[in-house]
Structures are given as structure tokens and as C-alpha cells.
Design a protein around this ligand. Sequence first.
Ligand SMILES: Cc1cc2nc3c(=O)[nH]c(=O)nc-3n(C[C@H](O)[C@H](O)[C@H](O)COP(=O)(O)OP(=O)(O)OC[C@H]3O[C@@H](n4cnc5c(N)ncnc54)[C@H](O)[C@@H]3O)c2cc1C
Length: 410
Amino acid sequence: MQSYDIVIVGGGMVGLTAALAICKQTPLKVAIIDNMPLNPIGDAPHLRVSAINDASKQLFTNLGVWDAITSVRSQAYTNMHVWDKDGFGHLDFDLSDLPNSANNDDCLGTIIENDVIRNALYQAVEQHDNITLIKQTLTSIGTGESEVFLSFSEHTPIIAKLVIGADGANSWVRKQLDMAMTFRDYDHHAVVASVDCSQGHQKTAWQVFLDTGPLAFLPLYQQNTCSIVWSLPPAEAMRVKALSAEDFNKEITAASDGKLGQVSLQSERVSFPLTMRIAREFVKDRVILIGDAAHTIHPLAGQGVNLGLVDASALAQTIVSTLNDGKELNDNKLLGHFSRWRKSDATEMIAAMESIKQGFSLQQVLPKFIRGIGMSVLNNISPLKQLLIKQAMGQTTNLPELSKVKDPLL
Ligand SMILES: Cc1cc2nc3c(=O)[nH]c(=O)nc-3n(C[C@H](O)[C@H](O)[C@H](O)COP(=O)(O)OP(=O)(O)OC[C@H]3O[C@@H](n4cnc5c(N)ncnc54)[C@H](O)[C@@H]3O)c2cc1C
């Protein structure tokens, strides 16, 4: 039977990052289990992208993978334009809204295809002596007094002192361990696709709030190409997906008020049901949940993976403290602290998404002109804008060390 200090179930962006963060700071032996092959990076942009904030960028830099990621392709954005369809409210952010303009790279964030990130992390993991990749399907997991036992359909069983569940929204680990979860359907499906925009993206992340939900245009590495995330009630999402390309182009150009010029579809359209989920506890026995396995949020503020990457970094920091204090890896006090810390951040983020979504939803009671006044007032109050931008960039006080910007703005 093979034995590891830590086994990570799930080699997505969060699981791979957790492995690198742990092994950068400790001599622990780590295995990652995932049988999902890497998607090769072709010429066309992949449909799933993430807005990577400053804290995540700093984490990737500290792990030595940021240059490998951005050397493939990425797009930094310097502006954000958010507006209310058919109203006059809008919010604009640019570099001058950063306190002291102290951001390292003079950008508000970077749009990167998920597969570009996953490929770069995977390569770094493959080169690490203390990390083993197991491309097999798990069949069972059981927790004992001092170890966790994992078995496979075609691999000898393994044991570990700790198991990290980083296996995404429908976490197998979470279900096997009967870890209770609170969830609520957002009643939105996100339609994603790549589009060309005749006026170019202007290194700007655009988001319009329609009566049906938000529509975001995220700038990609080609100056005319954006990745869209269009959140709609399920029936509307099905309708928009089924439109002919010509009708889709007309509808999305009108929905975006022509601000990016004529919009034209360049890819298939894929949709994802959106559900808020949060595990009641992030730790049970010797098993810890991180990333989407622990929480999923509405993508309207592009924070899901950023939150998961902080989990990865925070867990590595917790493990380092445990070892420095000469304690067992499953020390209740330290893991309890980790669980409360990460649950509180995730709960805060879920509440923030809820307020934004409710604030713009059909059911909301304020008429458009009042919303417009609210947004315009906010747009003109510098400290409030700075607070919003700092939160979006992940520059909060309680970040783990590996995710901290070198030159914090606080
Ligand atoms: C439309 C949309 C847009 C988004 N945009 C943004 C954005 O702009 N910014 C942002 O920060 N976030 C965004 N998110 C959220 C972000 O995509 C997720 O938070 C992120 O992908 C979660 O990463 P993860 O590694 O936790 O999980 P996943 O990416 O789901 O990875 C889980 C991994 O576990 C593996 N796995 C699953 N089951 C098993 C098993 N039984 N055994 C072994 N391995 C297993 C899978 O193969 C996979 O590799 C968006 C989400 C959606 C739906």
C-alpha cells in the first residue's frame, strides 16, 4: 500500500495550486488524483475563462508559474465599465481609482483561459519531486483513527494523513463523507461563448445589467475578441442558445447598447446552471474541502476561482504553522481555524453576490432612476470606489502570506 502525507482529490486549478503551495513550503509527500486529461491549447480561445485578481496573480508569481501562464496568452485589463440597461446608472473603474496607483502591473486584473492556467500548473506539478500524479478513478474513501484510506478501480489502494477535496462543485469527496451543504438555485444559467466586437475590447471588462441578469464581455488576447458570460433564467438561456448566429448577433449587440460595436459569435454556445453552494463545515475528520468543492458563487463578479485559490494558499499556510508548532497534520485547533476563516470569507462573498444580483433583479423594488442615482453617486465617491476595487482585486486584510501583494495598498 502506498502512503502519502497528503492526498488531493481533484487536479483542477485549485487542487494543483494547493499541491504547489504545500510543497513549496514543506517537505511533505503529496499525491494528486484526477483522471481528467489536459485540454491542449489550440489557436481558438477556450470557452471557460477567469478574471484573475491581484491576489491570485501574486500567488501564481510566488509559486513560479505566472510567467509560464502569461507566456501562453492572457489579457490584462485596465478599465471596467458596468452599466444598467435602459437606465442612466453606470460605474467606471480605471487605474486612477487604485489607491496610490500602487498596483504592480498597472492593470485591474487579467483574463486567462482556465485551460491555460491548468496546463501551466500541471507542468509545474509534473516537475516537482514530492508530488505524484495518479490518473485513476477512485472507488472509495474511508477515514480511520490516524489515516484516510482510498481505493481505486485499477490501482493499489493508498493511505494518507490528510485528504483535500478539490474535486469541484459536485464533489465526490464531499458526498462520500456526507458533508452537509447549504445550496440555492440562482435561477440563472450562464451562456458562455467567444465573440468578436467591431470596436475592439479596449482592454476593458464590460458588464451590463439587463432585466434578465448580467451580461459580461471579458477581453481576450486578440484585441477584437471577448469571452461572454450571459446569465439568464433557464428558459431564456435555452432560447438564446438556440437562436441562429445572425439573430444572436443582433440580440447581443442590442443588449450591449452597441458599446463594443457589432458583436458576432465565433464559437459554439455552452451553458452552465448556476447554484450557490456552501459546505456547512469545510473540515471533517481528516478531510478538508477547498475551491468549488467547498463553495460555488454566481460568476457576475468573477470571484469563484480567486476565492478557491485563497483557500489553497490559506491551507498551505495552516499546514506550515502546524508543522512549525510540532503538531499533527490533523490538529483540530488549526484545522478548525482554517475552516472558520475560509467559511467566513466564502459567506461574505456569497452575500456580496446576492446583494448585487438582488440589486439588479426584476423583483427589486427601486425604480430604475433611483438605481441610476445610486450608481452615479457611488461612481463619484472616491473612497467607496476604492473599497470596491480593492475587494475585486483581492486586496483584503486577511490574505494568506503567499497571496499577498508585495506592496499592499492597506
Ligand atoms: C460561467 C462561469 C464563469 C466563471 N468565471 C469566473 C471568473 O471570471 N473568475 C473566477 O474567479 N471564477 C470564475 N468562475 C468560477 C470558476 O470557474 C470556478 O470557481 C473554478 O473553476 C473552480 O476550480 P476548482 O479547481 O475548485 O474546481 P474544478 O475546476 O471544477 O476542478 C475540479 C477537478 O476535480 C476533478 N474531479 C472531479 N471529480 C473527481 C473525482 N471523483 N476524482 C478525482 N478528480 C475529480 C475534475 O476532473 C477537475 O479537474 C466561473 C464559473 C462559471 C460557471
